[in-house]
Design a protein around this ligand. Structure first.
Ligand code: HXC
Length: 291
C-alpha cells in the first residue's frame, strides 16, 4: 500500500520526469512522513534507498514504493540504526553500488514519546538526542562524498515544537533545535561547494506516527486551533520536499520551511490545552502512567 499513486502525476503541479536520473537516500523512509516524501520523488523519476531498523517493514515499504513507477529502483536498507555511522556508511556504499550515486538526502529518522521532566531519565533524553540529532549528523557524514560529487541537497525533517516551550517534549524540542542549528551551519559550510541544506518543519500531519503518539485523542479541538482548519497531509510534506530538491529552489539554502497551516503562529503546542493542569496531573504520577 502506498499513500500516493499515479494520480499524483496528473494532480500535482510537478513535471513527471523532474528527478529522472537522480537518487534520493532517505532515513526513516519506511515510516509515515518520510515514506511519502520518497513516494513523490520516485513518482517524479528518482530512484531511492530507504533506511530503517526493522527488516520486514523496510523491505515491504521499498517494494511498495518501487511499484509506483515502471522501471524504478528502490533499495531496502534494513537493520540500520542512524546512531551508528558505520552502519550508515555501509548503507551508502550499498546504495552507490546498486543505484550509482546519491543526489539528495532526507534525514528523517526520529524517535519520540511523551514524558514529563520528572519521568524523563537522562538516558531517555539521550536516546532521542542520539536518534534525531546525532543520527541526522551521521546521515550527512556518511553521504558527504556523494553530495559533494553531485552538488546535492539535504533536507532535515525538523519540527515546530522548539519555537516555544512544549511540555512533555523537552527531549524532542532540544533535539530538533539542534537539527535546525546543524542545517544552518551546513548551509554555510557546504554552500560554497554547491551543496544546499534546508529543514522542513511539519506541523500536525494526519495519520502519522508522530500524531498517534502525541495527539492524545483531541483531534477536533486540535484542528480548530489550526488557521487552515485542517490537519496537514503527508502529501503536503512530500510537495514541500519536491520543491526544495527541485531546480525551483536552487537559491534556497539554510532555510526552515514550516508546513503547518500556520499552526505554530497561534502559539499553542501539544499538551498546552489544559496548561498547567495537565502538568500537575502527570508530574507526580507513578512511572509509566499514560499521558
Ligand atoms: C519515558 C521512555 C519512554 C516513555 C522509552 N523511554 N519510552 N521514558 N516515557 N514513553 C526511555 C526508556 O525507559 C530508556 O530509559 C530510554 O528511553 C531508551 O529506551 P529504549 O527503549 O532502550 O530505546 P530505543 O530502543 O533506542 O528506542 C528509542 C525510542 C523509541 C525513542 C525510545 O520510542 C523508538 O525507537 N522510537 C522510534 C520510532 C518513533 O518514535 N517514531 C516517532 C517519530 S514521530 P532508561 O532510563 O529506562 O534506560 C516524531 C515527531 C516529532 O519524531 C515531532 C512532533 C511534533
Amino acid at each position: 500500500m502506498t499513500f500516493l499513486d499515479q494520480s499524483y502525476l496528473q494532480t500535482s503541479v510537478w513535471k513527471p520526469d523532474l528527478f529522472k536520473g537522480k537518487v534520493v537516500f532517505v532515513t526513516g523512509g519506511a515510516g509515515s512522513i518520510c515514506r511519502v516524501q520518497t513516494e513523490a520523488m520516485v513518482l517524479l523519476g528518482a530512484n531511492a534507498a530507504i533506511v530503517g531498523r526493522n527488516q520486514q517493514k523496510t523491505d515491504e515499504a521499498a517494494k511498495d514504493i518501487q511499484s509506483l513507477r515502471a522501471g524504478s529502483k528502490v533499495v531496502s536498507l534494513p537493520n540500520v540504526d542512524v546512531r551508528d555511522v558505520k552502519q550508515l556508511s555501509a548503507a551508502v556504499e550499498k546504495t552507490v553500488a546498486e543505484l550509482g550515486r546519491i543526489d539528495y538526502v532526507v534525514a528523517g529518522a526520529a524517535g519520540n514519546f511523551l514524558a514529563d521532566f520528572n519521568h524523563l531519565s537522562s538516558n531517555a533524553f539521550k536516546s532521542v538526542i542520539d536518534i534525531d540529532l546525532l543520527g541526522s549528523y551521521n546521515t550527512v557524514k556518511a553521504c558527504f562524498q556523494e553530495l559533494r560529487k553531485n552538488k546535492g541537497a539535504i533536507i532535515f525533517v525538523s519540527a515546530t515544537l522548539h519555537y516555544y516551550g512544549v511540555p512533555f517534549q523537552i527531549h524532542v524540542g532540544a533535539a530538533k533545535a539542534g537539527v535546525d542549528a546543524l542545517s544552518n551551519a551546513l548551509a554555510v559550510e557546504l554552500g560554497p561547494i554547491g551543496v544546499r541544506s534546508n529543514c522542513i518543519a511539519p506541523g500536525p500531519i494526519d495519520d502519522t506516527e508522530g500524531m498517534s503518539r502525541l495527539g492524545r485523542g483531541e483531534k477536533d479541538a486540535a484542528i480548530a486551533r489550526v488557521p487552515m482548519q485542517r490537519f496537514g497531509t503527508k502529501q503536503d510534506i512530500a510537495d514541500a520536499t519536491v520543491y526544495l530538491f527541485s531546480p525551483a529552489a536552487t537559491y534556497v539554502n539554510g532555510d526552515v520551511l514550516v508546513v503547518d497551516g500556520g499552526a505554530w503562529q497561534v502559539g499553542q503546542g501539544a499538551g498546552q490545552k489544559d496548561y498547567p493542569v495537565t502538568l500537575k496531573k502527570y508530574f507526580d504520577a507513578p512511572k509509566g502512567a499514560k499521558l
